[in-house]
Design a protein around this ligand. Structure first.
Ligand code: GLN
Length: 246
C-alpha cells in the first residue's frame, strides 16, 4: 500500500517543529509497511494535486503568508473540489488561516484565503503564546504549543476541533480551538502536533488510504507509550504556566 503526501510550502510555512508532523506520518506508515512518499510544493511550482492522498501545511510569519497566500490562489478551485471528494488535510496555524476566507494581519494587510474552511482571521496586538490543552469530541485530549497574533472565528459550515482546557485557541475568547470540515483539520497547535497526538496521525493516515483505495483500511496498532509520555509531559507543563487574559 502507498500514501503520497504533499508538503505545501515547507520553506515558508514551517514553524516550531512543524516538520515533525511529516516525519510522524512517514514513520507511522513505514512501521506498518505502508510506502509513504513526501513531495514538497514551493511557490511558483505548478503541481497536480490530484496525485496527493494527503496535504500538509504548517505555520508561518505574516510576511511569508502573503507570498504563500498569493500562490495558493492558483490551487483554490482544485483544492475545494478534492476536499469535497474526501482528501484529508492537516493545517497548522498560518496554514489553517490561509485555508479560510481571509487573514487580515495586525498591520492591516489583507491576505485572501482559499475559502476551503468557513473561518476568518484578524490579527491582534497581543500574541497568544504557550502550551495548550484541548478537549476534542473526535480525538479526546490534544496538546500543543501555540504562538499567533491572528484571532480566528468560525462560521456555520465548520465544527471546532475542540474546546480549550488551557491556553487561547482560536481567538482567546470563545473557548474553541481549531476547525474540522470533512477530512480537513485546522489547528493552532504546533510543537509539533502529531508526535504527541498520534491518534490524529493515524486518523489522517487511514483517511488517506481510504481516499486512495476507496475503502476503509485497518491500521495495525503501534506501541505509543513514548508518544503518550510526551503528551502527558506537555499537558503538565501547560498547567504550570499562566494564561493571560487578552
Ligand atoms: N502569522 C500568523 C499569526 O501570527 C501565524 C503564526 C503561526 O503560524 N504560528 O497569527
Amino acid at each position: 500500500m502507498k500514501v503520497k503526501i504533499f508538503y505545501l510550502y515547507p520553506d515558508l510555512m514551517s514553524l516550531y517543529g512543524d516538520v515533525g508532523n511529516i516525519i510522524t506520518l512517514l514513520r507511522r506508515c513505514q512501521w506498518r509497511g505502508i510506502n509513504c512518499e513526501v513531495e514538497n510544493l514551493k511557490v511558483g511550482e505548478k503541481r497536480d494535486l490530484k496525485e496527493a492522498d494527503l496535504l500538509f501545511m504548517g505555520g508561518g510569519q505574516d510576511r511569508g503568508q502573503r507570498i504563500v497566500g498569493n500562490d495558493l490562489q492558483n490551487y483554490k478551485e482544485e483544492i475545494i473540489e478534492l476536499v469535497e471528494d474526501g482528501l484529508p488535510i492537516l493545517l497548522i496555524c498560518g496554514g489553517y488561516q490561509l485555508f479560510g476566507k481571509y487573514f487580515k494581519t495586525k498591520d492591516g494587510v489583507y491576505i485572501p484565503g482559499i475559502d476551503v474552511l468557513d473561518i476568518w482571521t484578524v490579527g491582534g496586538d497581543r500574541r497568544m503564546i504557550g502550551n495548550a490543552v484541548v478537549e476534542s469530541p473526535l480525538f479526546g485530549k490534544l496538546v500543543g504549543f501555540e504562538n499567533h497574533s491572528g484571532r480566528t472565528f468560525l462560521g456555520e459550515k465548520v465544527n471546532p476541533l475542540g474546546k480549550v482546557l488551557k491556553g487561547y485557541g482560536n481567538n482567546g475568547k470563545d473557548g474553541f480551538e481549531g476547525a474540522i470540515y470533512k477530512n480537513v483539520i485546522g489547528t493552532y497547535l504546533h510543537g509539533p502536533f502529531l508526535p504527541k497526538n498520534p491518534n490524529v496521525a493515524d486518523w489522517l493516515i487511514s483517511k488517506a488510504l481510504a481516499y486512495r483505495y476507496g475503502e476503509e483500511v485497518f491500521l495495525a496498532p503501534l506501541d505509543d507509550s513514548l508518544e503518550y509520555s510526551a503528551h502527558n509531559a506537555q499537558e503538565r507543563r501547560a498547567y504550570r504556566a499562566k494564561t493571560l487574559h487578552i
